[in-house]
Design a protein around this ligand. Structure first.
Ligand SMILES: [Zn+2]
Length: 318
């Protein structure tokens, strides 16, 4: 009881101090007066979705700097402080362990797990074998297969996250609720147009096995009728052993794969080895875990369209 009283008093004091700056659960007035909600996103696609849905009413920053590998995000003290101060932390539980920890210790109720709206499924089941997307707590969806975090490579899933984000922002800034809904609808329209292009563009491919650097493209493959073989696991740091590499090279030859994909932010050496051993070429796919420095002017939609062009060529699509 004593502890609880102390904590309550401390919280009240913290809120009193914070009110001077930005408001402390203080509703719409505080949010509007400070120029908008402060949203901190874990990595690029979440940042992009938050910017699209929040529009002028939010101020979005990303914790993963351009060109950095998102899985292995490390947080500087000022990043941890930003997480603690954000009106909303948009993160993906199970994807960036350092941020999962900061979300629990610093963000409290301001932490919002995008995975809850993304219908996450286990890594090896990209065929529509849905499990409950209620709360994918880095726990195996079934058996001991890890949950695949890379939902944003399926535009339909990203649209669902945009809709959910509009609801979340609307609770924090009720005056903006209608705007957030409109923005999310516009985002959904863009993503559905992209989805339609990808459905058409990948409908008639001679090769339906997709061999990629790490296992990031399961949701994309599942959506468009491809099978994915990741040379590394669900994280680029899970490197394959020589036996697994030999197995993948054999698979590449047997399935008539003509292109092995390297990635923008992952060392291409391992994928290049597989391609060389199998006597096929390489091409670069972007798993959109972050934009690189030379992708200025690009956004989620343009990079996905580049990916589509790369895939149509690499999978021999008519
Ligand atoms: Zn990844």
């Amino acid at each position: 009881m004593n502890t609880s009283t102390t904590r309550t008093a401390a919280t009240a004091a913290a809120c009193a101090a914070a009110l001077l700056l930005a408001g402390c659960g203080g509703g719409d007035e505080a949010a509007g007066a400070s120029g908008g909600l402060t949203v901190v996103a874990g990595f690029y696609p979440l940042q992009w979705a938050a910017e699209r849905v929040g529009g002028d009413r939010v101020d979005v920053s990303s914790l993963t700097p351009p060109g950095a590998e998102a899985h292995d995000l490390e947080l500087a003290p000022q990043d941890v402080a930003a997480v603690g101060e954000a009106d909303l932390l948009v993160y993906l539980d199970g994807f960036q362990p350092a941020l999962d920890e900061a979300a629990r210790s610093e963000a409290g109720d301001a932490a919002w797990d995008a995975g809850a709206a993304a219908d996450l499924i286990a890594g090896e089941h990209t065929d529509g074998d849905h499990t409950d997307g209620e709360h994918a707590d880095a726990e195996p969806a079934h058996g001991d297969e890890p949950v695949d975090p890379h939902f944003w490579l399926d535009p339909v899933r990203l649209a669902a996250v945009g809709d959910a984000l509009a609801g979340e922002l609307g609770e924090l800034d009720p005056d903006g609720a209608a705007t957030f809904e409109q923005n999310a609808a516009a985002l959904r329209a863009d993503l559905e147009a992209l989805d339609a292009e990808m459905q058409t563009g990948l409908a008639g491919c001679a090769v339906d096995t997709l061999v990629t650097s790490h296992d990031a493209f399961g949701y994309l493959a599942g959506r468009y009728g491809l099978e994915v073989v990741g040379i590394s696991g669900l994280s680029p740091s899970q490197e394959p052993n020589p036996a697994q590499l030999a197995e993948i090279s054999t698979l590449v030859r047997e399935l008539g794969v003509t292109t092995v994909y390297t990635e923008t932010l992952v060392d291409p050496a391992v994928a290049e080895t597989v391609a060389e051993e199998a006597g096929v070429r390489t091409a670069v796919l972007d798993p959109l875990e972050g934009l690189t420095d030379d992708e200025a002017g690009a956004d989620y939609l343009s990079v996905m369209r580049d990916n589509l062009t790369t895939l149509q060529d690499g999978q021999d699509c008519s």
